[in-house]
Each structure stands twice: as C-alpha cells, then as structure tokens.
Design a protein around this ligand. Structure first.
Ligand code: NAI
Ligand code: MG
Length: 348
C-alpha cells in the first residue's frame, strides 16, 4: 500500500498493558523526531480497557481501527478467568488479518549465528487454527478421543502466497521457500504447496521459489539459517518456526511482527506485556520501534523505516547502549535518548 506522503495519516495507537505504555511512549517520541506522518488516535485494549469498561476490546477501539486501517499496538495482557477470548485472535478475525509477517535479522554480531536475515510469512486465519477441535466420549471417558480438523482453502492459500511473493519482490528478496508437510498431510498442506508453486510461475525470473518439508526445515534452520530468505508457510508451522527463528537471532527484545489484512494492518512487538519488569523503566523499546518501522514501510515510507532500523543498529553496535535483556545496563530512557540522537543525525 502506498499513500501520499503529504498530510498526516490517521492511525490507531494502543498503549496496552504492563511495559506497553513505557515502550509506546518511547516509540512515539522517536517517531515524532523522525518526522513520521502519523496522527494518533489513542485507544484502550486489554486490562487497561477492562478496568474502564469491562470489555478488553471496546467498540471505540475497533471502530477506530476500522476507520484508520492502521494500528500500532503495545502488548496486551490476556485476562485470565472471566472467559475472555484472546484479544489478538479477536483482532485477527475481526479484520481478517490473513498475513503474519515476522522479520528476523542478526543485529548483534558474535552471537550464535551471524548473517541471519529471514522474513517468515505465516498464513494467519486457516489451517489447524480454525478451531474445529473437540473431544468424543468413549465409554465413561468424556475425553475418550480428540479430533481436530484443519481447513486450507485454495483462495486463502493463493492470497497468502501472493502476499509473500509481492513482499519478496518489493523488498529486493531473491528466494521464497514454501514450507509444508505435503508428504503426510497430503490434502491439507498439499493444497497450500500446490497453489503456491502454481502462483510462483508468475514470478519466474524475479524470484526463486523452492519448497521444504517442515521437519527438515526446522533442522536446517539450526544448522545454517543463512540459507533461508523468505519462508512462506501455514498457520501452525508458522507459529512454531517464527519462534524458532526469533531464538536464532537473540530472542524477544528485538523482534517485530505485522498482521496484515486487506483493509487493516496491525503492527506490534512479538513479546508480551512483561509484567515482571513493568514500571521499572528497563524495558527494551526496540522491538516495538522495529514494528513501527514496518508500519512506515507499509505506508510507503521505507525511507523512514530504514532510518529507524539503521538507528537501532547504531545504538546497539556503535553506541553499545543496550537494555538488560541484551546484556546491557541501560534504562528505557537512556536507550530512547540514544535512539533520538541517532535518528536526528540521520534525518538532518
Ligand atoms: P513476555 O514476552 O511478556 O515476557 C517474557 C520474558 O521476556 C520476561 O522475562 C520479560 O521480562 C522479557 N521481555 C519481554 N519483552 C521485553 C522487553 N521489551 N524488554 C525487556 N524484556 C522483555 O511473555 P509472558 O511473560 O509469557 O506474557 C506476559 C503477558 O503478555 C501474558 O498476559 C500474555 O498473554 C501476554 N502476551 C501478549 C502478547 C501480545 O499482546 N502480542 C504476546 C505474548 C504474550
Ligand atoms: Mg506463537
């Protein structure tokens, strides 16, 4: 999606729970310094919303996202008890956010792997997560058997494959690996593989598209993650592999994610609300800042997205300013100041 770079772009901002408000405040300050064009509509969700209206996902928040089609979201604590459904799942369904995009890059050299630069594109609405999941009583055992059915459609498979291929071309990527288990789950993941490979013909000459069985892929990621570029996969495999990949490059403090639909896109850090460090002023704002960089790419301001990513790199490597999750001692405030200095230098 490319929009005019003129004028402010309305966007929904959800501070969220736990460390959410601290890192959102940091990120908004940095976005302002970078000259990001967002006009924020601040709305609640999660425990912050429950405290006010008993609803973890108030209508006003949904209405705002419906209107703006664009949201930056702090982590939400999923209320335990009270029968609330996961807010993230509700948002995914409400806005048909069919693509989950998770880039992972080695930012600090000298870790377990150098030179990792993988984008995982996960189908977010179908597969084994459609919720056809139930028990069948046998004799006196109400849980005598468990049955789950997955659903992958031709249309849904084509939509996510199209998204992944277009993303790859747009971002100068060379290879897309379709990950499946079509040797065993012949229909369920066969349709995904078959549809993706069919569509891949349209991209010949622009992209190399290959395929890998999920278990082999999991092993090869550990043996040599640099052989992967973009990975395209189904819902369950994407859930598992995206966490594996985040682990390859140093964990949660730096990992961003985007949830993309036809009419809305929601950007967030992969990590949760970190209640153990909430209010202590030591949370790392870089994962959410990376998500904001993806949001800038999404509206066609890759120039600003790139400046944010480079500034993060500068602060981590050249300034050596790091929060505790990365082995440093810096506070959220100190990291924010360092980022502000780097962003200002790069936007001059
Ligand atoms: P978590 O990601 O909040 O925390 C795991 C560990 O990583 C903790 O030790 C935490 O201190 C650390 N950590 C996470 N983000 C950090 C950051 N930015 N800087 C420094 N350290 C950081 O996962 P956890 O504890 O399993 O979940 C806490 C709550 O968050 C739960 O209510 C869960 O449902 C929710 N959650 C929400 C998500 C979302 O809104 N997208 C995603 C994952 C969890
Ligand atoms: Mg997961």
């Amino acid at each position: 999606m490319t929009r005019s770079s003129q004028g402010p772009i309305p966007a929904t901002l959800i501070p969220g729970d736990g460390i959410g408000p601290e890192i959102v405040k940091s990120v908004v300050t940095i976005l302002e310094a970078a000259g990001a064009p967002f006009a924020w509509e601040v709305h609640k969700a999660g425990m912050a919303a429950v405290a006010e209206s008993l609803d973890p996902l108030p209508e006003a928040t949904l209405e705002s996202i419906r209107r703006t089609g664009l949201a930056l979201k702090g982590p939400l604590t999923t209320p335990v008890g009270g029968g609330f459904r996961s807010i993230n799942v509700r948002l995914r369904e409400e806005f048909k956010l069919y693509a989950n995009v998770r880039p992972a890059r080695t930012l600090i050299p000298g870790g377990r792997y150098d030179g990792v630069d993988i984008v995982l594109v996960r189908e977010n609405l179908e597969g084994l997560y459609v919720g056809f999941d139930h028990y069948i009583p046998i004799d006196n055992d109400p849980h005598g058997a468990a049955i789950s059915s997955g659903v992958n459609t031709r249309a849904g498979s084509r939509r996510i494959a199209r998204y992944a291929f277009e993303y790859a071309v747009r971002n100068g990527r060379k290879k897309v690996t379709v990950v499946h288990k079509a040797n065993i789950l012949k229909a369920l993941t066969g349709i995904f593989l078959e549809t993706a490979m069919e569509l891949a013909k349209e991209y010949s000459g622009r992209l190399t598209v290959d395929e890998r069985i999920v278990d082999a892929c999991a092993m090869q990621l550990v043996l040599d993650p640099t052989q992967f570029d973009v990975i395209l996969t189904t819902n369950l495999f994407g859930d598992i592999l995206s966490d594996e990949i985040a682990g390859l490059v140093g964990g949660l403090g730096l990992a961003p994610g985007a949830n993309i639909g036809e009419h809305a896109a929601i950007f967030e850090a992969v990590h949760g609300s970190a209640p153990d460090i909430a209010g202590k002023g030591i949370a790392n704002p870089m994962a959410l800042l990376s998500a904001a960089a993806m949001m800038l790419d999404h509206i066609g301001r890759n120039d600003l997205g790139t400046i944010l990513r480079q500034s993060i790199q500068d602060v981590l490597i050249e300034d050596g300013v790091r929060t505790r999750d990365l082995g440093g001692q810096a506070t959220t405030q100190e990291v924010t100041q360092a980022l502000l200095a780097r962003v200002s230098a790069r936007t001059k």
